[in-house]
Ligand binder design. Sequence first.
Ligand code: 5GP
Ligand code: MN
Length: 336
Amino acid sequence: MKKELQKEFIQILNKPKKVVIIPHKNPDGDALGSTLALNFFLNKTGHQSHVVSPNEYPDFLNWLPGQEGILKHSTETDKAVELIEAADLIFTLDFNSLGRVEMLEPHINASSAKKIMIDHHQEPSDYADIMYSDSNIGSTCEMVYNLISHLDAAQIDQKIATCLYTGIMTDSGSFRFPSTTSKTHHVIAELIDKGANHSEIHQNIYDTFTFDRLRLLGTALTNLKKIEELPVVYITISQEELNKNNFKKGDTEGFVNYGLSLVGISVAVIMIENEQEQIIKMSFRSKGAFSVNDFARTYFNGGGHHNAAGGVSKLSLSETESKFINSISKVKNLLQ
Ligand code: 5GP
Ligand code: MN
């Protein structure tokens, strides 16, 4: 973190402020971990801070310290909007374009609060007054750790450590993605020293499948297809298949990664039908040089990171499947 930026943060937080912290829609472990950790820190250091999430988050995150205090705009709309209107500062965490918060976007635009972005995705847009954006860092949680440790490291307690550990772990695929550095491991060691219980956190996140969710994984793996001649696999899940397995938000999290566990495969994709929103939600994963960020941006109105990105399609599931096969064939020279 640059010295200049540290100074800007120190200056803007030198008096008590009304703060709202916002993760992206459908927040994941990194988005929730980073917002909750920063929220604890700001409330401990004299500010009045709240987390406002665009919508619900999956059950496997509903044990995180402080999650019970999160205001969900989707169900507590008036309260969430009031907080945004009254805020002096709005932190936006783990995303870099306001489209990622959908219904909250007009409220953030209308607010006179100073906007602060903390994020690690590529190609940030320029809505923020203060921007801590670094796509070389594996998680927003690691960035929030950097910020807090510059401001007042002594405030990192067990709750903050638990939230930060969770997001670093989930965004790094349990410390295996290339974005994991020795610095990441130093931060993790520090968080364990501050009380994060790594074993319990891993179990809370990864070993809490319902029977329905595991059956849905079975369906997903049955639907796995390989594109002939290309190192590419994809999974489709229809709304009917979701319904049959009593789908709940978050149930398909991580399914796309199974494709990459195959030998010789460098791109894995999942396409999930969402009848209510009339979209197909897509997740892209790659190993090595192929940029799924570029691919998702070019063909599926999405983005993310070099090796992990998302996007959407407004076609039917089978049309989306065809469009994907066509699109990936166009860039086959980039695939190893
Ligand atoms: P996931 O596939 O796990 O939903 O997301 C992978 C990465 O891509 C995450 O960093 C996520 O924030 C980003 N991402 C997911 N969906 C979208 C999308 O529709 N647009 C953009 N720009 N990024 C996305
Ligand atoms: Mn993240």
